[in-house]
Design a protein around this ligand. Structure first.
Ligand code: MN
Length: 342
């Protein structure tokens, strides 16, 4: 008889009352971009579904643990939901991030065996973000950093974010680059049919963000920086061969700047991916072949996805027990280590 496998779910969302209130305020402003308003309204609006989501997001206590027990999930790696701090002005976002991290740290102290945490940061307030990364790692027991893709339209390859990436690398805190709606620069064609959500726009936005990090040479500068992508790597494992192929052609034609290594080599070295929101055996098989079984981590994406379905998917998919153990807990235990032990 084998031991029950430990299940660590790595993309599990929560929110604080103040971040929820701030998100409601910005979505009601007349100048709020339509895609942001639509996303914010779907979670923080007044519909019955939105209210249910808000209640689940606000619960980082007994109710959440009861749901985890029902579905057989041992640990939630908790992070502030999308669009979170990244949709708020820097001066508003920075103190709300710090407050959220204090609230999360209390939940970690209350339930150390059930909850892990990621430090929320306002990356677009780099000075405070750097301090918060250090505080999260050394004082709060956080195991990484959460950024919901673009910060008010700005991507992490911009020079102003260098101190943030430097601190993440120095503190060995992986950055979970979680999706949000496409930036205002690219959102236009996503609006008409609501495609800016997790249906497609999230993946397009976040995969672009990841490629900007690779093609800007970020990982030549910060070779130990680790980025975590959800949703089977936002589709990138499917594209790696073609990206390398076209990179080789276009860099030889002088159409893009040469890198030290192939794009896929950075993806294999500096990224890990999670299974959040995907229960397709074909997608998992492709992802495992493309990035290797040490680089795929389980996630349920509570409360947006059905955790029982996510657990049943890994339990029944045709993989060895060894591979499943890596996906369900060993890879997460390696990638998300606390800076302070004991
Ligand atoms: Mn998510």
């Amino acid at each position: 008889m084998s031991e029950p496998v430990r299940r660590i779910a790595t993309e599990e969302a929560f929110v604080t009352p103040d971040i929820a209130a701030a998100t409601r305020r910005i979505m009601l402003e007349p100048e709020c971009p339509p895609a942001l308003r639509g996303l914010a309204n779907s979670v923080f609006g007044d519909s019955e579904g939105a209210r249910r989501l808000q209640n689940q997001l606000l619960d980082i206590g007994e109710g959440r643990i009861a749901q985890m027990d029902e579905t057989g999930i041992d640990v939630h790696l908790l992070s502030v939901t999308s669009p979170g701090l990244q949709a708020l002005p820097a001066e508003v976002a920075a103190p709300l991030a710090e407050q959220a991290n204090d609230i999360l740290a209390q939940a970690l102290r209350n339930h150390p065996d059930r909850f892990w945490g990621l430090t929320a940061i306002a990356a677009h307030h780099p000075q405070r973000a750097v301090k918060e990364i250090q505080r999260g790692a050394h004082s709060l027991g956080m195991r990484g950093i959460l950024i919901n893709s673009h910060s008010e339209g700005k991507y992490l390859d911009a020079p102003e974010f260098l101190p943030v990436l430097e601190a993440a690398e120095a503190e060995r805190q992986p950055i979970y680059l979680h999706p949000r709606e496409p930036s205002p620069q690219m959102a236009g064609p996503y609006v008409d049919y609501g495609l800016y959500t997790a249906i497609w726009g999230f993946a397009a936005e976040t995969a672009l963000h990841a490629l900007r990090l690779i093609f800007s040479g970020t990982f030549d500068r910060f070779p130990k920086l680790k980025i975590v992508l959800g949703h089977m790597g936002e589709g990138l494992p499917f594209w790696l061969q073609r990206i390398d192929n076209r990179y080789s052609l276009f860099s030889s034609l002088g159409a893009l700047k040469p890198l030290k290594r192939l794009p896929s080599e950075y993806f294999l070295e500096n990224f890990v991916v999670t299974t959040s929101g995907v229960v397709s055996p074909a997608a998992l098989e492709l992802t495992l072949k493309a990035v290797g079984e040490d680089n795929v981590l389980f996630a349920a994406d509570h409360p947006y996805e059905d955790a029982a379905e996510a657990v049943a998917f890994i339990d029944t998919v045709n993989l060895s027990g060894e591979t499943k153990a890596k996906i369900l807990h060993r890879n997460a235990e390696r990638v998300f280590q606390p800076a302070v032990r004991g």
